[in-house]
Design a protein around this ligand. Structure first.
Ligand SMILES: NC(=O)C1=CN([C@@H]2O[C@H](COP(=O)(O)OP(=O)(O)OC[C@H]3O[C@@H](n4cnc5c(N)ncnc54)[C@H](O)[C@@H]3O)[C@@H](O)[C@H]2O)C=CC1
Ligand SMILES: O=C(CO)COP(=O)(O)O
Length: 341
């Protein structure tokens, strides 16, 4: 029998993952809410808006019909932005069955509830508990994946058998998939690195150099780890692909929408214009607000997130934010380790 996967969301990441699955021998239903876009993809065999340079394999079938996408699929892979996850999952819920593997590839929290994506999915799908959801994360820009450039990612589930299944489905010669049972850590690492990438872009946009970027990455990782551990993550996960791996790629790659948005903000463009200009999801903006709220809920100090929050939502000048970060009281580098680990 032919094996089928439903990919829900045909933006950059959904499309790139569809190409990996097609390469691995699966028939892929690539669902989009946008009928015109589906028609265009089916006609031109390209996703002109997000990845115009890649030709879609024959095994990829674009569709705007959710039931059609889900029918007969052994796996359902959600690849929509975090803020849209509940809506899309609600639409899919009645056609999802217990035996289907549910994977998501989003990096963020639900803005209104501050919940992780596996929590949102398990609340929405009566067929799957949080322990039966798989999260896919790690350093993986769609633009490089579609060119079949070497990429490593991590899949995480509380149920090791489901993580192994997702690993077997996605792994190939250019897409190396690791497993990690720390679902909380993998989801939090993927979400929070986008905040630091906004900061790294802003630093570059302000004209600062590599020292500043290294500082942001290192101290950013410290605050990601602090919040993550307070929320139940394993500290070692942040030394892995969903932690430092994704942090490095997102803070240093010009493919990164978060880095690019930060760069424009650092150059003085207002947030609204920056988001219009991007035309793609910049998860870090909503995630900065979510992490700011979570840091208060969990009583965790997150100075970089706090300053970015003030720049994004309170009109603070980026230059002032840098001065305030640099001028904070003296501290011991490893104070976090002693206090939180
Ligand atoms: N682009 C990349 O290289 C990577 C992206 N991700 C994550 O994957 C997720 C999706 O990102 P991208 O595909 O890059 O975003 P994108 O901006 O390229 O595309 C988003 C897609 O979601 C759809 N969408 C938006 N709101 C929707 C709604 N309410 N209902 C239905 N569909 C909706 C859009 O129509 C579009 O097809 C994000 O959480 C992102 O952080 C993760 C790894 C790599
Ligand atoms: O998560 C990503 C790479 O791993 C994509 O990052 P951006 O959303 O910043 O492009």
């Amino acid at each position: 029998m032919e094996r089928k996967v439903a990919v829900l969301g045909s933006g950059s990441w959904g499309t790139a993952l569809a190409t990996v699955l097609a390469h691995n021998g699966y028939n892929v239903s690539l669902w989009s809410r946008n009928r015109e876009k589906v028609w265009e993809m089916a006609e031109t065999r390209r996703n002109q808006q997000y990845l115009p340079d890649v030709e879609l394999e024959e095994a990829i079938s674009p569709t705007a019909q959710m039931e059609h996408a889900l029918q007969g699929a052994e796996t359902v892979l959600f690849a929509v932005p975090s803020h849209a996850m509940r809506k899309v999952a609600t639409q899919a819920a009645c056609a999802i069955h217990t035996h289907q593997l549910v994977v998501h590839a989003a990096k963020g929290f639900e803005p209104e509830t501050l919940k992780r994506m596996s929590q949102v999915l398990s609340e929405t799908l009566s067929t799957h508990t949080e322990g039966q959801i798989v999260a896919l994360s790690g350093p993986s820009h769609a633009e490089e994946v579609v060119r079949r450039q070497p990429t490593t990612v991590v899949v995480s589930s509380m149920d090791a058998r489901l993580g192994d299944k997702a690993q077997d489905m996605l792994i190939n010669s250019y897409f190396r998939v690791y497993t990690n049972p720390d679902l909380i850590g993998v989801e939090i690492g993927g979400a929070l690195k986008n905040i630091i990438a906004l900061g790294a872009g802003m630093s570059d946009g302000l004209g600062f150099g590599d020292n500043a970027k290294a500082a942001l990455l290192t101290r950013g990782l410290a605050e990601i780890g602090r919040l993550g551990v307070a929320m139940g993550a394993k500290p070692t996960t942040f030394a892995g692909l969903a932690g430092v791996g994704d942090l490095v790629v997102t803070c240093t790659s010009q493919h990164s929408r978060n880095w690019r948005a930060g760069y424009l903000l650092g150059q003085g463009y207002p947030l609204e214009n920056v988001l219009d200009e991007m035309g793609m999801v910049v998860e870090g903006v909503k995630t900065t607000k979510a992490a700011y709220d979570l840091s208060k809920r969990y009583g965790v100090d997150m100075p970089i997130t706090r300053e970015l929050y003030r720049v994004l939502f309170n009109g603070k000048q980026p230059q002032q934010a840098v001065e305030d970060l640099m001028g904070r009281g003296k501290t011991h580098e490893m104070e976090d380790v002693v206090r939180y680990l």
